[in-house]
Every structure is written in structure tokens, then in C-alpha cells.
Design a protein around this ligand. Structure first.
Ligand SMILES: Cc1cc2nc3c(=O)[nH]c(=O)nc-3n(C[C@H](O)[C@H](O)[C@H](O)COP(=O)(O)OP(=O)(O)OC[C@H]3O[C@@H](n4cnc5c(N)ncnc54)[C@H](O)[C@@H]3O)c2cc1C
Length: 565
């Protein structure tokens, strides 16, 4: 296999030679470093790599080129090598200069570049290498060539093989999938010893699991523990941003903390390809990366995690709160934090439900997007999450069609996203339209969709290879007892909202995130009136822990007087 290419383009000989030196010194054993001085030469090189089937991992283009030329070149990189990471090389501190700053902001908003890189100075320039390494990691993840990638082999894209891929995704484990009758699939089956019923999961150390349960798979990746001790100070249910934040603060402040999740880490955030509005991440951060770091942070402080466990109910036993789990066990704590967020609404079209995993996907396209290269892709939904998904997919797919029930994008999407969607040439928008049917081709993968106009009821069958469904969410509260007060939308009431509804049983007032069940708090998207943002979920997770401390302190100093039911 030819080495993947790192391409650098800079109009100044000296500057290009500094870049070449740094790239050669550090990466030439694993990558082919190619440097050119003009956009024309770069275009010829890019076309040559594409023709020869050579992969471009990173393209660095300096602002010594004319801005229009650089922008055109980045677009060419994107169309010929969609997995390549694109960095704009600038001079140190030149982002303060109005023109350069504008160029960076515009290029990022139009998704022409992934980020900027400061031209290397003295050697070795670790700041430069930090940027290049980050690009290489993103590229390796998108190309499924990162180390420790787990291989899944199955007979079809959908069904159990898809569920296993989802478990790996939720445990933030890099993985790749192969159909059993593909050349790669056949090779993997042979390597693993023929005869195992499919699907199989092959670990980098050669371990093979045959159709493992979700729990076995999560345990094998090292992502979960069975709660050996059954008593904790605080149990957090849900490992999305709110739950992970509560875990970090709870464990770091000395509370024996258990986090229970029916999947893995990150919740809805893992379906966000690039969270650009989270504090401290100027180049944006993928939901998955944020969740991995938060999980590691909570783990280092001593939080325990029980993944692939459904919380099925809660009850009070004297001064303890008990949570029943889907494995039949029960864990208890002095306080609970509910952080179970929300789940995507289903389309309710039976022929498309049968294709989930085989071209039909619920939620964000982070893990599937890189496989949509050159394909006809549809996104259903009119809110920000659908807009973000369409933009992300447009970097890979030939064409992305956004199917929206409303008559205008402005009805459900932030203005900045509407502008980006409308400004992206390979995104089409079909307003006033619904997806009402579809079907697969001979290979079992999605092949067509049936769209219906809401205005006159006419239907049209269109060719489609991927459908991403993002049509709103409903709260994950069905498992909770009815005594927990909810809003009319089913989300959990907290604080003054509970008191106003008359469902609060004690003389003291509820604490601000406390539910109608004293000692049970709610944080993040599960809460009635929540902000539906990663940052607000994270903020509420930390506040909930502060309130748990307040509750414990108040109970010791002034035991609350319980009102007789
Ligand atoms: C595609 C997409 C893009 C987004 N982009 C952005 C963005 O750019 N910026 C931004 O600020 N926000 C964004 N959001 C919103 C943000 O992700 C959510 O507001 C945030 O994830 C809410 O966090 P949470 O912890 O409250 O709940 P969730 O993230 O929903 O996590 C809840 C967790 O609880 C688990 N769970 C549910 N029921 C149970 C049960 N019974 N037992 C055990 N576990 C259970 C779930 O599996 C899940 O892991 C985006 C959302 C989506 C879907």
C-alpha cells in the first residue's frame, strides 16, 4: 500500500522549506510528504493521487497564496479526497490582523478548512506538530485506520451486526464493519478461524467474540464495570454531558459515585460531529471526543461506571434511594441524579424501520458520514441538529437533500445554520415534504425513498443510499414512577416548578434542581424547560452535585420534617 500523503503548499521558498523540514523529520516514515509552491501544481498532484488511488491525509495550504486560490484549492481537496484534513497555514499572531482573521472565520464557516496552523519556526516546533498530529488522528478515525480498531463481520448491515456497531460507538471504541461475503470480510473470518456463527467481533489482540451480548462486548472493551459495591453516596443515571459532568464533580468532591447508562458514554452529544459552541474549543470538538475526555476525567477521580444497564425504576427505602437495574440487581445511594436526556422520535415507516443500520440511521451521522462518499444522502428534520448533520454529510456525499415538513427553514433552525445550509452547493432543501416510504436494493441496503408533498399529497420515488432521521426527541422518563411530576411535554419538573404544581411533599422548599421526590435531582435535557445545550447540561450536572452536598449538610444539621402523606 502506498503511504498516505501529507501535502503542503506555500508560495515562499524559505517558508515551504521550513514546513518540509518539520514534516519530513517527524512523519516521513509513515507518510509521503509532498511540497509544492503553486496552487496549479497542487491541483495536478491532487488529481494524480486520486487517479492512482493514493490517500491524502492532510493538506496544508499557506495564506501566501491568494485567498481565492487557496479557497479553490481546499474545495478541490474536499472533492477529490473527502477524508483529508485541511489546514490553512498562517503566520504567528497574524490572526490579530483583520484580513487574516476574516479569512480564517469565513473559511471555517464555509467548512473550507478544518482549522488553521501556525507556520513552523525553529525546529522542532511542537506547536506545529500538535496541530498536524490532531489532523492525522481525525483522518485516521474517519478512515477507520486508527490503532486498536475493532473489526465486526456480519451477514447484513442491519440487525445484530448493526446493534454491535452501535454498542462499540457508544463505548467510544473505534471499529470497522465488513460484510461476510466481501473480500475483507472473508479474510477476517478466515483469520479468526472459520466456523464461528456471525456476527463476530475481532479485537486487535486477536480475541474473537461470537455474537456477544451488549454487556459482554462493553466489558471486553474495558468500558464498564459491574457495580460490585451496591451502595453509593450518589447515583447518576445517564452518561450524557449532564451525567458525566455530575460524575466528575461528584467523584472529585469525595462522593462515592456510580454512573449507570443503558448504552455507553456521551448520550446525544456523541451524534454531534462538531460542537462549535462549547467553551474552550476554538476549532470545535466532536461530541465523541468531548465525552471520551469527560469519561476519562471522571474515571481518574474514581467514579464507577455501569454501562449497558437500563435503570428500570426507583424507590425510597427509609433514607436511601434504590435504583433497580435491568440485570435484576439493585443499587442504592443517599441521592440520585436523573440525567437520562431524550431520544429521537421514530419515523414510523415500517419498510424503513427494517433498514435501520442498512442505510437508515437515527441521530447524527458522525460515524457513518465518512462512508457516504459520493452517495445520494437524505436528512429528515428541520431543527439545528438536522442542519448540522446536512453540513457534515455534504463534506463527503455527492448530494445531501434536507427534507423538512415546515415551509421555511427559519421555522426551526438558527439563522447562522440556515445561511450555511443555503450557501452549500451540494445541499438541496425540500420544504413542505415528508418521507413516507422506501425500500432496499438486492444487497439489502437502502436504495429508494418515497417523498410526499404536504401541500397536494403527490408522491415521488427518489434514489437514496442513506437516510438520517432527526425529527425531534421525547424524554427518557417512561421508566420513572408516576409520583415524579412532569410537564405537559413529559419532561421532569424541578425546583420552584414542582412547588407550584403542588406535588412537593415536604415543608422545606425543593432545591433548584430537585424533583418532586426529595433527594432525587434532574439535570440536562430530561428537565422540563432545559436549554438543550451541551454547556447547560454540563452546568446543571455540576450544580446538581453542589445541591447534593447542600442536601446532605442540611439533613445532618437540620433533619427535614417529613409531612405526613
Ligand atoms: C445531532 C446533535 C447535535 C447537537 N449539537 C449540539 C451543539 O453543537 N451544541 C450544543 O450545545 N448542543 C448540541 N446538541 C444537544 C446536546 O447534545 C444535548 O443537549 C445534550 O447531549 C444533553 O445532555 P444530557 O446529558 O442531558 O442527555 P443525553 O445526551 O440525552 O444523555 C442521556 C443518557 O442517558 C441514557 N439513558 C436514557 N434512559 C436511560 C435509562 N433508563 N437507564 C440508563 N440510561 C439511560 C441515554 O442512553 C444517554 O446516554 C446536539 C444534539 C444532537 C442530537
Amino acid at each position: 500500500m502506498p503511504l498516505p500523503v501529507i501535502l503542503a503548499v506555500d508560495g515562499h521558498e524559505q517558508s515551504l522549506s521550513d514546513i518540509e523540514r518539520e514534516l519530513d523529520d517527524r512523519y516521513s516514515r509513515s507518510y509521503r510528504v509532498v511540497t509544492v509552491t503553486t496552487a496549479d501544481d497542487a491541483t495536478v498532484a491532487l488529481e494524480g493521487f486520486a487517479e492512482a488511488g493514493e490517500d491524502v491525509a492532510v493538506a496544508l495550504v499557506s495564506l501566501t497564496l491568494d485567498l481565492t486560490e487557496a479557497t479553490e484549492l481546499f474545495r478541490r481537496v474536499r472533492s477529490l479526497h473527502p477524508h483529508a484534513q485541511r489546514g490553512l497555514i498562517i503566520e504567528w499572531r497574524s490572526w490579530g490582523d483583520g484580513q487574516t482573521g476574516d479569512a480564517i472565520r469565513r473559511a471555517m464557516a464555509a467548512r473550507d478548512i478544518d482549522f488553521y496552523v501556525i507556520r513552523p519556526a525553529q525546529s522542532p516546533d511542537e506547536l506545529f506538530h500538535q496541530a498536524v498530529s490532531a489532523f492525522l488522528l481525525e483522518w485516521a478515525n474517519a478512515r477507520r485506520v486508527s490503532p486498536h480498531t475493532i473489526q465486526v463481520v456480519g451477514e447484513t448491515w442491519s440487525g445484530r451486526a448493526y446493534e454491535l456497531r452501535q454498542v462499540l460507538g457508544r463505548c467510544a471504541v473505534p471499529h470497522a464493519f465488513h460484510l461476510a461475503d466481501s473480500p475483507d470480510g472473508r479474510a477476517r473470518v478466515t483469520e479468526s478461524g472459520n466456523g464461528n456463527p456471525l456476527p463476530i467481533v475481532i479485537f486487535p489482540d486477536g480475541t474473537v467474540l461470537t455474537d456477544p451480548t451488549n454487556l459482554e462486548l462493553a466489558a471486553a472493551t474495558g468500558a464498564t464495570v459491574d457495580p460490585q459495591h451496591r451502595e453509593f453516596d450518589v447515583i447518576i443515571i445517564g452518561a450524557g454531558p449532564a451525567g458525566l459532568s455530575a460524575a466528575v464533580y461528584g467523584a472529585s468532591e469525595g462522593l462515592r459515585t456510580l454512573v449507570v447508562d443503558n448504552g455507553g458514554i456521551g448520550g446525544q452529544a456523541t451524534s454531534s460531529s462538531l460542537i462549535r459552541n462549547y467553551l474552550g474549543f476554538p476549532r470545535g470538538v466532536s461530541g465523541r471526543r468531548l465525552a471520551e475526555s469527560a469519561y476519562e476525567q471522571a474515571w481518574v477521580f474514581g467514579a464507577k461506571f455501569a454501562f449497558m444497564h437500563d435503570a428500570t425504576g426507583i424507590r425510597r427505602d427509609e433514607d436511601r434511594l434504590c435504583v433497580s437495574l435491568s440485570d435484576g440487581g439493585e443499587v442504592s445511594a443517599r441521592a440520585l441524579i436523573l440525567a437520562t436526556g431524550a431520544t429521537y422520535r421514530r419515523l414510523g415507516v415500517p419498510e424503513l424501520e427494517a433498514l435501520v443500520g442498512a442505510g437508515v440511521f437515527y441521530g447524527g451521522p458522525v460515524s457513518e458520514a465518512p462512508t457516504t462518499v459520493d452517495e445520494e444522502t437524505y436528512v429528515v428534520g428541520g431543527a439545528n441538529s438536522a442542519g448540522q448533520a446536512a453540513l457534515h454529510l455534504a463534506e463527503y456525499a455527492r448530494r445531501v437533500t434536507l427534507v423538512v415538513r415546515a415551509e421555511s427553514l427559519d421555522e426551526g433552525m438558527s439563522h447562522y445554520l440556515v445561511r450555511q445550509v443555503e450557501g452549500t452547493p451540494n445541499i438541496d432543501v425540500r420544504l413542505g415534504t415528508e418521507v413516507v416510504g422506501g425500500g432496499a436494493g438486492g444487497d439489502g441496503w437502502l436504495e429508494r425513498l418515497v417523498l410526499r408533498s404536504r401541500a397536494d399529497g403527490t408522491t415521488e420515488t427518489v434514489a437514496a443510499e442513506e437516510l438520517f432521521v432527526m425529527i425531534g426527541a421525547h424524554p427518557n422518563t417512561d421508566w420513572l414512577p408516576p409520583e415524579l411530576a412532569r410537564g405537559e411535554d413529559g419532561f421532569i419538573r424541578t425546583g420552584a416548578d414542582v412547588e407550584d404544581g403542588g406535588s412537593w411533599p415536604l415543608e422545606r422548599s425543593p432545591l433548584s434542581l430537585e424533583t418532586s421526590m426529595p433527594g432525587v435531582f434532574a439535570a440536562g435535557d430530561i428537565r422540563h424547560g432545559s436549554m438543550n445545550r451541551v454547556s447547560s447540561a454540563v452546568g446543571e450536572g455540576s450544580i446538581a452535585i453542589r445541591l447534593v452536598h447542600d442536601l446532605f449538610a442540611a439533613e445532618q444539621l437540620h433533619p427535614p420534617e417529613r409531612v405526613q402523606p
